[in-house]
Design a protein around this ligand. Structure first.
Ligand code: BG6
Ligand code: BG6
Ligand code: GLC
Ligand code: GLC
Length: 917
């Protein structure tokens, strides 16, 4: 009895002594909760640093955006290929994600070896090898000739700008293939796969193993928002609020961040924690100075740490009676699986003896107890450090959500976590102690990262299919050079038709003579009234022209024309106009003054003289009755008479293009073209009299109002009109009319955009498939909104805000698509304008028999003025289509009122001269 007691005493004394000895030796490796809380705080600061735009470049914890924005929602389905490269095992898999609702995933996989000469050889050979394995897998599984999307789990730090791209920042762990760092691994692999002509694979997603793990676990537990790997390497990812991620545009929702916590401490932040053993291990590693946190934690290093410690203890005579075997001297001889085996609850001590004996040592009972304790301290420290960093992430999540208590799930994987007998328990316990206000569930990823990677790929593949549909729509608006040349040549043909007597009546482009025969010469002077009707604003102006100095002073007032008047009776419209004139005269204190008046009337009028203009038909938003076929000057005179308050001398009726040309021509005599890109679309230019068959005389030039807005009304450009153009036309006031205008001008571009958005929404590609009342409302996209949305300076968030103002509740993805749609529509408009303008400048060049023509175009209109890219694209297109013309676009700053007044001044002078004759 006594002997038994003595034996027991002896054993526990022996154990105690050994443990004390090791504790003393490894004193520095035992971390108190206070230290762990301190490390946790340091890691919180590191995360913040990595997320900040300015601080990221120098941050050691890189906090890499992964472009994975949501956890699986169960709607994922399809068949995918998956590669899992970078952990302890390289696998190729086929993953079948079942039909909606069933949440069923089937996987078939095959492991392939990763010999050192491949993973540390030449980069291209590594990718060739991976592609070979993939091809082999597809062959054995009968998947050749099947086009499959692939998700690549690549467990190294990659900087991503999208899901299907990743620049390798640096190799970690056992890999060190040459020529890969700094390049996109997806392209590298794609290139290698292309060499296999018999397989067709599209890499849709690149995912870190932590992300794959999180997604795998989230498929089963929607609370999962963190992924942790404690395997060959160690790392974690979690869902961060977009508003905290400076490196990615957009503030909505969340994105998964791959922390790459393995590099924590690479800037010296953990020097007080690191021991001499850590330093020695680091020096002998493939990447000295790098991944210092990882080297204290993960599987690739734990065994080696133990070996270094044992060797040191042996050298100090604390173990093996000071004996050291050559195996103990050899790097890598103790692996993490050995550490795990030595720490096993019951067989641990026996395992220890066996392992040490295999290392050529002769351990005593005391040695075995001590060695076992070394293992415990090393692996306990690993769990503690992981717990501290994980606690920091959990705290961040809780704070992001502004919760007092967080309930969450962490997806776990990696051989250390899986095979070490005590590790999970220890880790869980410490985490719960460090963050008592988090209820954490730890969920082991049974099926590795690839199931999750397949989920990401499934979403990517859905997005890709949707993208394809969107691209197909946008492609309808892309015009080739040939198509534009065709428009140019057809426009030219229409010009000729309009000018010739025989064909004029059938011509769609009416080529209306304006009876404006010359440019202002600077001798014009006097005080004039001007009306400017037909653009966005109706204006009444007083224009004072001083001769000689080419200086003009203007006073104007904008009046509204209510819709019911624009589309009421002609009498009401003109009464309203006269009412506005009366108000203006009153306002200017000019009542009773009998001033000459120039009437800018921006609709197609047939003129027989400068002061007569019969409205051919309304365009744009006007539709007042009893006007078409009537002389607009007469109607205005009658309205003045009806009011019987004042008299006005109406001298000229002028189209806005003509007014614009004149306004600009006053400053630049080379200006012989007037262009409007506003509510409507039109152009006028100076034509040789001899070409104008409708007007007598061959001498000199006369301005022709082309009314090109009607180009295409005979169907000649129907090949480039899209279904959306047709929809807009059908819903307009004048169906079938003004087809070119409806593809180019401000009043219609927004409508085209709206029609496209409705269609994309119907296809489920926008606004979550919901067509809102606002989107059904005609005219919501005014030119100014299009212009704002397309501004380059605008961040996505601002685009969203504009859309919100318009009553459209959009996500960031929606905003990108809306912006693209606006861009495609307005670009086509500018190009079509360019083709039309090229037609006229080329005509002018040829008519004058010039090798090279230099000409200025006066331009006005809100589309031209507000849109950020319109004028550039217009200019580029003209240059391309009319290379022998040097075309200067000159913005009319003062509107057409000034030009109308100048025309009135000239007409008045001629009138006077005629009277005197
Ligand atoms: C596997 C995952 O289960 O775990 C891999 O599928 C991951 O993607 C690996 O890299 C991590 O553990 P280890 O121990 O293999 O490095
Ligand atoms: C104005 C002119 O500046 O531009 C008007 O004064 C013209 O005569 C108008 O009709 C065209 O642009 P919008 O965009 O107002 O139709
Ligand atoms: C290394 C890699 C990291 C990976 C981890 C676990 O730390 O850099 O990307 O997630 O190992 O495999
Ligand atoms: C419409 C009118 C035209 C005008 C143009 C620009 O096309 O028909 O006369 O010049 O709009 O306002």
């Amino acid at each position: 009895m006594f002997a038994v007691h003595l034996m027991a005493f002896y054993c526990s004394k022996l154990k105690e002594d050994q443990i004390k000895k090791v504790d003393r030796f490894l004193y520095h490796m035992r971390l108190s909760d206070e230290t762990l809380l301190d490390i946790m705080a340091r890691f919180q600061a590191e995360m913040q640093k990595g997320l900040g735009k300015d601080t990221n470049p120098t941050a050691s914890v890189k906090m890499l955006p992964t472009f994975v924005r949501a956890i699986p929602d169960g709607s994922e389905n399809g068949e995918f290929l998956s590669l899992d490269l970078g952990g302890s095992k390289f696998r190729v898999l086929k993953v079948q994600v079942s039909e909606e609702g069933k949440r069923n995933v089937q996987m078939e996989s095959q492991f392939y070896p990763t010999p050192n000469e491949i993973i540390r050889g030449n980069g291209s050979e590594l990718f060739d090898y991976v592609a070979d394995c993939l091809a082999n897998f597809m062959k054995t599984k009968g998947l050749k000739h099947k086009k499959l999307p692939l998700g690549l789990t690549f467990s190294f730090p990659c900087r991503q700008t999208k899901l299907e791209e990743g620049i390798l920042l640096s190799w970690t762990k056992k890999f060190k293939a040459r020529g890969v760092q700094g390049t996109d691994v997806v392209s590298c692999l794609t290139k290698a796969i292309r060499k296999h002509k018999d397989i067709d694979v599209d890499i849709l997603a690149l995912v870190n193993d932590t992300v794959g793990t999180m997604m795998t676990c989230a498929y089963d537990d929607p609370y999962c928002e963190v992924g942790v790997i404690i395997g060959t390497g160690t790392n974690a990812c979690y869902m961060e609020d977009m508003s905290n991620i400076d490196l990615v545009e957009g503030d909505e929702g969340r994105m998964c961040i791959n922390t790459e916590w393995g590099a924590f401490g690479d800037d010296g932040a953990l020097e007080d924690i690191r021991t001499e053993f850590d330093r020695e291990l680091d020096l002998g590693s493939l990447n000295p100075g790098k991944q210092l946190f990882e080297k204290m934690i993960s599987g690739l290093y734990l065994g080696e740490l133990v070996r270094i410690i044992l060797l040191k203890m042996a050298k100090a005579g604390l173990l093996f009676s000071g004996e050291k075997s050559s195996a103990l001297h050899t790097k890598g001889k103790i692996e993490t699986r050995h550490v795990a085996a030595m720490e096993k609850y019951k067989e641990g001590l026996a395992n220890t003896r066996e392992i040490l004996t295999d290392l050529g040592l002769e351990p005593s009972e005391a040695d075995c107890i001590a060695v076992q304790h070394v293992c415990t301290i090393v692996s306990f420290r690993s769990a503690n450090l992981c717990a501290a960093a994980l606690a920091a992430i959990l705290t961040r999540l809780r704070e992001n959500k502004k919760l007092a208590r967080l309930r969450t799930t962490v997806g776990m994987d990696g051989t250390v976590y899986k095979i070490h007998p005590q590790y999970p328990k220890r880790l869980h316990k410490v985490v719960r102690r460090l963050v008592p206000n988090c209820d954490v569930r730890f969920l082991l990823s049974e099926s590795g990262s690839t199931k999750g990677a397949a989920m990401v790929t499934a979403v990517a593949s859905r997005v890709q299919a949707q993208r394809k549909q969107i691209d197909e729509v946008l492609a309808l608006f892309r015009l080739t050079r040939e198509q534009l040349m065709d428009v140019q040549s057809k426009m030219r043909t229409e010009f000729e038709y309009g000018l010739k007597k025989d064909t004029h009546l059938m011509a769609t482009v009416k080529m209306l003579p304006t009876y404006v025969c010359g440019m202002p010469d600077g001798t014009e002077k006097g005080k004039f009234l001007a009306l400017d009707l037909g653009g966005t604003n109706f204006r009444v102006l007083l224009v004072k022209i001083r001769s000689g100095r080419r200086s003009v002073r203007m006073y104007n007032k904008i009046f509204a024309i209510p819709l019911e008047i624009m589309q009421g009776t002609g009498e009401e419209l003109f009464d309203h106009i006269v009412q506005c004139i009366a108000d203006f005269l009153d306002y200017m204190g000019l009542k009773g003054a009998q001033l000459p008046l120039g009437f800018t009337f921006s609709f197609p009028c047939r003129q027989t003289s400068i002061d007569k203009g019969t409205l051919i038909e309304w365009t744009k938003g006007f539709k007042a009755t009893d006007c078409e076929g009537e002389d607009m000057v007469d109607m205005l005179r009658e309205a003045i008479k009806r009011r019987n308050e004042f008299d006005l001398d109406i001298v000229a009726v002028v189209n806005d293009t003509v007014g614009t040309m004149m306004t600009c021509g006053y400053e630049d005599p080379n200006c012989e073209i007037g262009l409007i890109a506003g509510t409507g679309s039109n152009m006028c230019y100076m034509e040789e009299m001899r070409n104008i068959e409708l007007v007598e005389g061959d001498e000199g030039k006369m301005c022709i109002n082309t009314e090109w807005g009607a180009f295409g009304d005979n169907g000649c450009i129907d090949d480039i009109r899209t279904r959306y153009d047709k929809k807009v036309d059908e819903g307009s006031l004048n169906p079938g009319k003004q087809r070119y205008e409806k593809m180019t001008s401000g009043m219609y571009l927004g409508e085209i955009v709206r029609q496209i958005l409705i269609d994309l929404t119907k296809q489920g590609l926008l606004f979550r498939g919901q067509i809102s009342e606002r989107l059904r409302t005609r005219g919501i996209f005014e030119t100014k909104f299009l212009s704002q949305i397309e501004s380059d300076r605008l961040a996505l968030l601002q685009v969203r805000r504009i859309l919100q103002q318009l009553g459209l509740d959009s996500t960031c993805e929606d905003s990108i698509v809306v912006k693209e749609v606006c861009g495609a529509v307005s670009r086509r408009a500018a190009q079509l304008y360019g083709a039309g303008l090229a037609a006229v400048v080329e005509k002018r060049r040829q008519d004058q028999g010039l090798e090279y023509l230099k000409i200025t175009v006066g331009v006005d209109g809100t589309l031209y003025k507000l849109h950020p890219h319109f004028s550039r694209i217009l200019q580029e297109t003209v240059k391309e289509l009319a290379p022998r013309c040097d075309v200067t676009l000159m913005l009319s700053e003062d509107g057409s009122g000034k030009g109308a007044a100048l025309i009135t001044a000239v007409a008045k002078r001629l009138q006077q001269a005629q009277k005197e004759d």
